[in-house]
Design a protein. Structure first.
Length: 525
């Protein structure tokens, strides 16, 4: 799904790690007086609310309130549920999808949402050069060549049959299409400023935060409890904690001081469908473009130390899924073997044994990443490789990866849908998500072939592809992170834990509740 810019540090002991319970319960009656404003604090960040170019998980959360596509996420399972579409048909060859739209869907300016609006939204996505997810639509007939400027829109497998019917013709079957259409990048948009298709509109957006107000033209407006959502941007952990303790914040998804938090029951900590890993970017004329040199480095990595103090250690890229056989990952360290492998690689390239090599590692400037980099530096120094550490300010790291001259980078990726493809697409040769520039024809072929199946063959082929990626020593898997939110589920409804850490705004509401907060005297009228 989206990139996470900052990893959550270990705030609690391993024994205190727990899974929150789902909070979506059917309230007999929602008090409208409590719904006038809902306040959220998010991490300080330059937020992009263009659904075509946004790439951060926090941006995805906001975009689910402003825009909607044919499908949206179920608030508990995150399975696709109908939104602007009300039904669909699938052809016998499973390559032609026909979507029937609601006839009461409107943009926030009051104009009807019709089939051509859906098509135009997807065309704008494919034409946007800075759209990170546009290649996910390459499953559509003609989409890749259109995206690359090689063909016109008349060759695309996208047609508006009538005002309320959209036809999508795929180049090959893709059972995950409805899951893709939940993503904000595939939402229905309209050219122009401040026109939205979701349950809320943007009233104000400034450096310190933004304000969303209920969209009266939204087709399901009567079922949207909140009138206004105030989103504040702050990474000041003490201020955030104070404001949450005093009731000024309803949901805190940014930094906080765990020692000062009064209601520890508000801590929602749970496993996330995500992986943190380091990856090599293949630079022109770099010795690290050659797999045998990368393989020598990974043989020397101190995996146990590198994964220490993580909640869920990752030995492979794909988050563990039912029915997916994990390939052989990285768990073994052998410095002597690594030195022999490097010696052999040097001989093959005509490099003298005595010549030391150098690899550069660009990292977010944090203590966490500095410690990880030092572990690699010491381990690789022992086999004759110098590690140059390049600290980059955290706020600028991800947006500048393409422009940083380095061999190794850090990444944390959240999958958009419960399928190994959500991770493996990062390394498809022609993918707009591929920042490593690695390319392997067999890998791409396996990904393409997997789309033909929806049974065990799908996962089998993807597992084979991941094994190729791992064997080529392109990535160093580190951990599967966790999500951390501060929210009192006794007083907030419509918020549910889920592996994507997406909580659609349209379902949120406030409950009347009485909380027992230690050492606080509650005044009653």
């Amino acid at each position: 799904m989206k990139i996470k810019s900052i990893l959550i540090p270990l705030l609690f002991s391993a024994g205190s790690f727990f899974f929150a319970q789902n909070s979506l319960t059917a309230d007999a009656e929602i008090n409208p007086e409590l719904q006038e404003n809902f306040t959220i604090v998010c991490a300080s960040h330059n937020y992009d609310i263009n659904p075509h170019t946004a790439s951060y998980s926090a941006e995805a959360q906001i975009l689910t309130g402003l825009y909607e596509g044919l499908f949206t996420y179920d608030p508990i399972t995150l399975d696709p549920t109908y939104a602007i579409a009300k039904s669909f048909r699938l052809s016998r060859d499973k390559k032609r999808w026909t979507f029937i739209l609601r006839d009461d869907a409107k943009f926030s300016d009051g104009t009807e949402i019709k089939a051509q609006d859906v098509i135009n939204s997807w065309l704008r996505l494919l034409l946007e050069r800075n759209a990170p997810y546009s290649s996910l639509f390459d499953i559509v007939d003609g989409a890749e060549t259109f995206r690359l400027g090689m063909t016109g829109s008349d060759t695309l497998g996208l047609k508006a049959i009538d005002d309320y019917t959209v036809s999508v013709h795929l180049s090959s079957p893709a059972s995950h299409l409805t899951k893709l259409l939940c993503m904000p990048c595939f939402a229905v948009t309209k050219e122009g400023q401040n026109v939205f298709s979701g349950p809320f509109t943007l009233q104000e957006h400034k450096e310190t935060g933004m304000t969303l107000v209920k969209n009266p033209n939204y087709y399901d407006a009567k079922k949207v409890p909140l009138s206004k959502i105030t989103i504040l941007f702050s990474s000041d952990e003490n201020e955030n904690t104070y404001n949450y303790n005093t009731g000024n914040i309803d949901w805190l998804s940014s930094s906080f001081n765990s020692e000062r938090l009064l209601t520890r029951d508000s801590v929602q900590l749970y496993a996330e469908f995500a992986t943190q890993f380091f990856f090599f970017r293949l630079r022109e004329n770099s010795i690290w473009n050659k797999a045998q040199f990368r393989q020598a480095l990974l043989e020397a990595v101190p995996w146990d130390e590198l994964r220490a103090n993580t909640y869920v250690a990752a030995t492979t890229l794909v988050y563990p899924l039912n029915g997916y056989k994990q390939p052989q990952g990285y768990v073994f360290t052998d410095t002597a073997e690594a030195a022999l492998m490097l010696k052999k690689a040097k001989e093959q390239e005509g490099i003298s044994f005595e010549q030391r090599l150098s690899v550069s590692f660009a990292i977010p400037d944090s203590e966490y990443m500095k410690q990880k980099a030092e572990l690699l530096k010491n381990a690789w120094n022992a086999i004759g490789v110098d590690l140059e550490i390049i600290p980059v300010p955290e706020y600028a790291y991800l947006s500048n990866i393409q422009n940083i001259s380095a061999d190794l980078f850090s990444y944390t990726w959240i999958g958009d849908f419960a399928d190994p493809l959500a991770f493996l697409e990062l390394f498809r040769g022609n993918s707009t998500l591929n920042v490593s520039l690695w390319h392997n024809d067999k890998y791409d072929s396996l990904l393409n072939e997997s789309a033909l199946y929806s049974d065990e063959n799908h996962n089998r082929l993807l597992s084979e592809a991941e094994q190729i990626l791992l064997d080529d020593a392109v990535i160093l898997p580190i951990q599967h992170p966790v999500s951390l939110n501060i929210i009192n589920l006794n007083s907030i409804g419509g918020w549910s834990i889920n592996a994507f850490d997406i909580h659609p705004f349209k379902y949120l509401f406030k409950r009347e509740s009485k909380d027992n907060i230690p050492n606080i005297v509650m005044l009653t009228k």
